[in-house]
Design a protein around this ligand. Structure first.
Ligand code: COA
Length: 184
């Protein structure tokens, strides 16, 4: 993905100097458990993870313009198969910054980029049933619920949980644009 910008945020490739900001939320169970990610236990481990992330072009960090702090990340993972071009978006945000509309703002610009510049057929997302914040984010972004993958994932607590899946398809994205129903 290319770097993107919104009113309050810069979405850009990961850098080594982001290590402390990324560690702040990557070591936090409140963020990592609902995200279904592996928690990071120390700064050295974080650095190793960043060295891998730097090479990837499907993840951008979210930098807050007001204080230049990296407060989260958003990924758009490639799911292309059978000629249908699709990305699955995932996101996580430092707990101190929740409920300010940041992820909705970041996702809106990423979804626009995926449909309008990368010509996606579908954009998907998913969350665990207990993740009511992501459920609300999916709703605000205009995703349609498709169904539930039952007992699909084992999370860090050891629990085996369902996954609720959503999509936006190309036609509905452009129909909404024409109808002036932007989610921004
Ligand atoms: C999911 C996450 C990225 C959302 O980021 P955010 O910037 O706080 O999201 P937004 O502020 O754009 O929207 C959050 C919405 O959820 C609502 N919300 C928060 N807690 C809620 C709850 N318990 N029940 C219902 N809605 C809730 C907020 O009120 C807000 O809706 P509103 O704008 O209508 O008031 C963040 O909570 C996070 O990092 N969670 C842990 C990791 C994670 O779950 N990743 C996603 C995996 S699918």
């Amino acid at each position: 993905m290319k770097n993107l910008e919104t009113d309050r945020l810069i979405l850009r490739r990961v850098r080594l100097e982001d290590v402390n900001d990324l560690y702040e939320y990557s070591s936090d169970d409140r963020v990592q458990i609902p995200a279904g990610s592996k928690k990071v236990y120390n700064i050295f481990e974080m650095m190793k993870r960043i060295e891998k992330l730097i090479k990837r072009d499907d993840i951008l960090v979210i930098e807050l313009k007001s204080n230049r702090k990296v407060i989260g990340a958003i990924g758009a993972y490639n799911l292309t198969y059978n000629d249908i071009i699709e990305r699955h978006i995932g996101f996580e945000l430092n707990y101190d910054y929740w409920n300010n509309g940041y992820i909705t703002e970041a996702c809106n610009v990423v979804i626009k980029y995926l449909f309008e510049e990368l010509n996606m057929d579908r954009v998907a997302m998913s969350h665990y049933p207990f993740n009511k914040t992501s459920e609300r984010v999916a709703q605000k972004l205009g995703f349609t619920k498709e169904g539930i993958l039952r007992k699909e994932d084992k999370i860090a607590t050891g629990e085996i949980v369902d996954r609720i899946i959503y999509s936006i398809i190309k036609d509905e994205y452009f129909e909404r644009l024409q109808g002036g129903k932007s989610n921004e």
